[in-house]
Structures are given as C-alpha cells and as structure tokens.
Design a binder for this molecule. Sequence first.
Ligand SMILES: [Zn+2]
Length: 142
Amino acid sequence: MQSSQLTKSQAMHQAQIAGLSTFKWHPCDKCGCTERRAYSGMMCVECDRQRTKKYREANKERCAKMVSNWQKNNREYLRMKRQAQLEKTEFRQKLNTICGEYGLTLLEVVTAWGSRTAVINFYHQSEAKFRIICSGVKELSK
Ligand SMILES: [Zn+2]
C-alpha cells in the first residue's frame, strides 16, 4: 500500500479498519515525524505527545484529580483489563519461549503445532473478552 496514492483521510480510514491507532504519512513540517493519529485531527504523534506533555505540566493538579476520579469509578474495569493483559502476556511469553528453544519464528511454531486455528482463536477470544469488558463498562455507565 503506497500512502502517497491515498488522501490523508483515506490513509486514516484504512488504519482504522485495520484496528490501528496511528498511520504513516508525510513528515511533519514541525518535527519530521511520519506517524499520525488515526482519528479526527490526524495530529502528528510526536507533536501531539509534546502538546499533551505541556498541558499536563501546566495543569498537574487538575489532571491528577481527573485520573484518580476515573480510576475510582472504574475499579472493576481496571481489574479485568489487567487480568486480560496478563493472560495475553503469559500466552505470548509461552510462545516466545518455544520460539527461543527451537530457534524458530512465531509463525513456524504455530504451524508446527498444527493448531494455528487454536492460536488465532485464543487471540480473537482474548480480544473479544476485552471488547466485552469495554462494552460492559459502557453498559454499566449508561
Ligand atoms: Zn510533528
């Protein structure tokens, strides 16, 4: 896929379809970074980082209060999110260990198991679980 053949919003749309939060684009005029946020505004990632950092530094108390309020109101969500991430990490570590032991790439290990479907299913399920958690939280907050 050549990004130069797409308009900026088309490139963003493609990234969104692929489930990505950023996409590659022409270098930023300010900093030369080639990564853009894949949502409205399509800001340069590096400039956005700097802007956020400045805002947080200028509004330290306000930001800290917002974060702690959000955490207080979303304890169950955070607990489930941590658990889902832990499961995903453990699975990835297991795969990486096997890769290391046999000097194989991830794809070779998965193929060697003959259960590529099982691995894909695992990822889909953990992704699905995460989505369920997210939508569950949304349901609760309605
Ligand atoms: Zn920039």
